[in-house]
Ligand binder design. Structure first.
Ligand code: SAM
Length: 344
């Protein structure tokens, strides 16, 4: 990717937050069926997916990204579904690399195809890779994801490290009685491997979620599980940390631990994100269901100025924050839409 900025200051929302980060859900398709993304029936059987014509084409996506970058957005994350299952994904990423001003392209992947694509992603200038991994146990991996391919994912992680991505972040969604017994094992990984192991609070997202109040664990509770493992040494905040608070488990640790607390210590006042769902809808808050239909705008024969205006409207309408923590105390909470379409 080119190390150039468009020169435009990033747009600001109504609460003086700078919106410099766009997340693209490239497809709702995935080669895994994780228990927090799909229902139990779907995990065993068939999933209804978006039709090809319902997804934005690469040309449409590139046009939107160009306009967004001209507006001052400089950071992009490719997600999904599983971004690496979309046809001709590497061509698309190489095209992104030609966009002036786009200096930071990241990807979130389940790692299944990283062994195959890791080198190509690095060569195409992808700057950072986040890999989702909720267990280190092969059988449990099959239970959580519906597919028995832990070893492949692990080779994907090794590939990401070997080709030179740094840091490689591992994202674990912590779920009580499902994988919380592995918290120490995940933490220990960060002692010997140059990984940032990040613990994400399980969020009540999507009609298919198996979230319950009991399954949810707060970051404070997660952190407390490490008290006997060693000292958690706070690390100075780096730009690449995003919303995570980062620690080292003992001074000699090669990697680090990150805690992401969207529910218990939400970071709405610093949120710099805008999302584009795989159906081409702009979503300015992960945990609010309001969306703006950008696909209809772009397919209605619009100008770049219209795209820009639609992006600005979504940014202006970005909610101040979510009240998920309060709602949890009352009657539970759920925001609709599938995580695979929203992109996490
Ligand atoms: N397929 C890619 C992957 O697995 O990383 C990208 C899509 S996935 C929806 C993006 C991220 O969202 C993953 O790290 C996943 O663990 C996380 N995620 C999905 N549902 C979640 C939930 N209910 N709470 C917290 N994180 C969630």
């Amino acid at each position: 990717m080119k190390d150039r900025n468009s020169g435009h200051p990033a747009p600001m929302d109504m609460f003086s937050r700078t919106i410099s980060y766009l997340r693209l859900s490239l497809t709702d398709r995935c080669n895994l069926k994780c228990m927090y993304c799909v229902t139990e029936d779907e995990q065993k059987g068939c999933l209804v997916k978006l039709g090809r014509e319902e997804l934005l084409t690469y040309e449409e996506l590139l046009r939107i990204v160009r306009v967004a970058v001209e507006m001052g957005i400089s950071k992009l994350r490719l997600t999904g579904g599983e971004p690496l299952v979309r046809n001709n994904i590497m061509d698309f990423i190489r095209q992104l690399g030609k966009i002036d001003g786009l200096d930071d392209v990241r990807i979130t992947t389940n790692g299944v195809l990283l062994e195959r694509y890791g080198q190509g992603l690095f060569d195409a200038g992808v700057t950072k890779v986040n890999i989702s991994l909720d267990t280190l146990q092969r059988e449990r991996f099959a239970d959580i994801t519906g597919v028995d391919c832990f070893d492949r994912v692990w080779r994907g992680i090794e590939t990401a490290l070997a080709v030179g991505f740094s840091p490689v972040k591992l994202n674990m969604v912590v779920m009580r009685d499902i994988n919380d017994d592995e918290l120490p094992a995940f933490a220990e990984l960060s002692r010997k491997m140059p990984l940032q192991v990040r613990f994400i609070e399980f969020m009540p997202i999507g009609t298919s979620t198996r979230w319950t109040r009991d399954t949810y664990m707060s970051s404070d509770e997660i952190k407390a599980r490490f008290s006997t493992l060693g000292e958690l040494i706070p690390q100075e905040k780096q730009q690449a940390d995003g919303p995570a608070s980062v620690f080292k488990l003992g001074a000699g640790a090669v990697g680090s631990l990150g805690f992401i607390s969207p529910i218990s210590h939400h970071f709405c006042d610093r949120c710099n994100r805008l999302r584009l769902t795989s159906e081409g809808r702009l979503r300015s808050c992960l945990l609010h269901d309001e969306e703006t239909d950008l696909k209809s705008v772009i397919r209605g024969g619009c100008s770049d100025a219209d795209i820009r205006e639609t992006l600005l409207t979504a940014i202006r309408n970005k909610p101040k924050g979510h009240q998920m923590a309060d709602r949890l105390k009352e009657d539970g909470a759920d925001c609709h839409g599938r995580m695979s379409r929203i992109g996490g």
